[in-house]
Design a protein around this ligand. Structure first.
Ligand SMILES: Cc1ncc(COP(=O)(O)O)c(C=O)c1O
Length: 410
């Protein structure tokens, strides 16, 4: 998949899990169980990211042709994504994050009266607000499908929610709150049969679960670089099937969206005939070169290998937490819905104080999930048994002593 086996001078395929852990400063300075929010820096990748920006700046970023050179260099990320996801380079827009990608779709569709958007009850604000905005403006009606941990019930719920009025189904591939690996094949087929556009938010899936885009239906796929793909903050992409390009005119435009044409005294934009039409304005393109190296790094570790390891650690974590009185698991323990994101609640504790207390007393970093009155743990390649044992011990202590009036214990 990757052209060069090494990323930033290191070939992770040759390293043990312990050696990989040693490359991640945050993995040793604390119990970093929150890759699902942001990937911690990997030392050699950070060095390469810094060096790329520095070289560009030091060379004089406005030298003749320098900016366009930097922009062209960013195409390594586009080529990399195209190759690894089996899509065309013309179907990829390099953006700042997945929120950008979702908004391209939400703002680009020519909405009709009566249109509905189907989402889940586990969307991150990035996958919720673009649709709520449209609903608040009276443009669409949003229908939320409740999830759980039963595959057939989830498919049945989508079967009921997706109707001929559904214009867009916009769901996470892997959800943010409980890490549900949604059956996107079945849901996609229902959406397609009923003529709905399927936008998948891949923020928690790309680089986490083995991804085979040609294997299931989708119309647009949003990716964030700064989670499981270890890219610099501010990298992401929209993958859009080329047949939709003309249906989704860019809503935000600027230098880079296309070419200026003046005909009979009238000016117009000829948008690029590719997803580059959604890229505009002055940006730090060196980040995308660094993202390419990061993706190589992740692939050399092996997405499938790290996923299977994380799942196995997750099963043990489930079993240990389930045996603590007062702990209730939210995520699936195993099976097709399970991922390396594990969520649970602790009786007597609200999400925020629980998250804060774990941090202040034990330097354990997790994410609060107030929507489920719980917390979410991410198990990544740099985490090990010692992180999970520390978490279980801390949770057992807190479960035995519920918070007073929800205040964080500092
Ligand atoms: C499912 C999902 N979508 C979107 C986001 C946010 O993505 P970004 O801020 O990079 O746009 C997150 C972040 O946690 C997420 O979990």
């Amino acid at each position: 998949m990757a052209e060069r086996p090494e990323a930033a001078g290191v070939d992770p395929a040759t390293l043990s899990w312990a050696a990989l852990r040693a490359l991640v400063p945050a993995a040793t300075s604390c119990r970093y169980l929150n890759l699902g929010t942001l990937a911690p820096g990997v030392a050699p990748l950070l060095a390469e990211t810094d060096a790329g920006y520095r070289a560009w700046m030091e060379s004089g970023p406005g030298l003749p042709l320098a900016y366009f050179g930097a922009k062209q260099a960013a195409d390594v990320a586009r080529a990399h994504l195209a190759l690894s996801l089996h899509v065309g380079e013309d179907e990829i827009a390099l953006l700042g994050n997945s929120s950008d990608a979702i908004n391209v779709v939400a703002c680009g569709i020519d909405w009709r009266p009566g249109d509905e958007v189907v989402i889940t009850d586990e969307e991150h604000h990035a996958g919720l607000f673009p649709w709520l905005r449209l609903q608040q403006q009276g443009i669409v009606r949003v229908r939320e499908v409740p999830l759980g941990t039963d595959v057939q019930r989830i498919v049945d719920a989508f079967d009921r929610a997706i109707t001929p009025r559904t214009r867009v189904v916009a769901i996470s591939h892997v959800t943010c709150h409980a890490g549900v690996n949604l059956p996107v094949g079945e849901i996609g087929r229902i959406a397609r049969d009923r003529g709905a556009f399927l936008l998948l938010d891949g923020s928690q899936s790309a680089g986490h679960v083995p991804l085979d885009l040609p294997a299931f239906p989708w119309d647009a796929y949003a990716i964030t670089g700064h989670k499981w793909l270890f890219g610099p903050v501010g990298t992401g992409a929209l993958i859009l099937r080329r047949e939709h390009l003309e249906r989704l005119p860019p809503s935000w435009v600027g230098s880079g969206s296309g070419d200026l044409r003046v005909e009979n005294g009238t000016s117009r934009i000829d948008y690029h005939l590719s997803a580059r039409r959604y890229e505009f304005g002055t940006r730090d393109w060196t980040k995308f070169v660094a993202w390419d190296a990061a993706m190589t790094f992740v692939e050399r570790i092996g997405v499938e290998r790290a996923f299977q390891r994380g799942l196995a650690l997750g099963v043990r974590l489930h079993d240990q937490l389930s045996s603590v009185p007062g702990v209730e698991m939210i995520s699936a323990r195993d099976g097709s819905l399970a991922t390396c994101l594990v969520a649970f609640r602790v009786a007597g504790w609200d999400a925020q104080p629980l998250m804060e207390t774990l941090w202040h007393r034990w330097r354990i970093a997790v994410r609060a999930v107030p929507e489920k009155r719980g917390i979410r743990v991410t198990i990544a390649f740099f985490n090990d048994e010692s992180d999970l044992e520390a978490l279980v011990a801390a949770v057992a202590e807190l479960a035995a002593a519920p918070a007073k009036a929800g205040a964080a214990d500092r």
